[in-house]
Unconditional design. Structure first.
Length: 237
């Protein structure tokens, strides 16, 4: 009774060993890879795909802006003013070359129509020469306007009358009083060796020291004034 079970136990043990051996062989065969098949390794999980950085969009080439160049303007060449040749100043009489005579601020002037000598103030600021006239009367002759007036010699009291055609009229502005209208005539005047027939305004100069005022229309091109001296033309004579 005891022997049978032992035999059975041995058989069972032998069968178990065979089974174990067979199982190991099968397991080895399954685990053995085919050398012709590629070995695929299993990974625990598929790794997320990392996003590849996008290539930057192609930027247009930067064009450097340059300031617009204005067309070159031709250089302007302004003509140089010609120097004005001033006439030489001499102390003698006026010559044909345009030399100027030196006169003082006060000179004697001869009114040629009546041959009367009167003192005159030389004023380069006055445009027109003027003379002290009284009893001015306008009249018409040959369809033209004329005027007659009186001139008095302050030294002797002698009064002379002059008649002359009216060249034009001027309006004199006076401070504090109404403007006055004056006649302009042409008279021949002489100052030393200087003489000419120029326009003369008829004015009331009774309140002035000098009955004649010599303006630029008599001086221009003839004389220069030395305001520190007087009666230079009389000394030459």
């Amino acid at each position: 009774m005891l022997a049978l079970p032992k035999i059975l136990l041995n058989s069972l043990m032998l069968s178990a060993c065979v089974l174990v051996f067979s199982g190991c062989s099968l397991l080895e065969q399954k685990t053995t890879t085919d050398p012709q098949q590629p070995v695929q390794s299993q990974e625990p999980g598929e790794a997320p795909a990392c996003p590849q950085p996008e290539a930057p969009a192609a930027q247009p080439p930067v064009v450097e802006e340059k300031p617009l160049q204005q067309p070159e303007q031709p250089a302007l060449s302004c003509p140089k003013p010609k120097p004005t040749a001033c006439p030489a100043v001499v102390s003698g009489d006026v010559t044909g070359r345009g030399d100027l005579r030196i006169i003082g601020q006060v000179e004697y002037v001869d009114v040629m129509p009546i041959n009367m000598r009167k003192k005159a103030r030389v004023d380069t600021g006055a445009e027109t020469t003027s003379i002290d006239a009284s009893d001015i009367v306008e009249f018409e002759r040959d369809g033209k306007s004329w005027v007659k007036f009186k001139v008095e010699d302050r030294r002797t009291g002698e009064v002379s009358e002059i008649k002359a055609p009216v060249v034009r009229w001027v309006r004199i502005k006076q401070h504090g009083v109404e403007n006055v209208r004056r006649q302009v005539v042409r008279l021949e005047l002489r100052m030393g060796s200087l003489h000419d027939k120029v326009e003369v305004t008829l004015a009331d100069r009774d309140r002035f020291d000098y009955p004649i005022l010599i303006g630029r229309n008599f001086l221009q091109g003839r004389a220069v004034v030395d305001v520190s001296r007087k009666y230079l033309t009389l000394q030459k004579e």
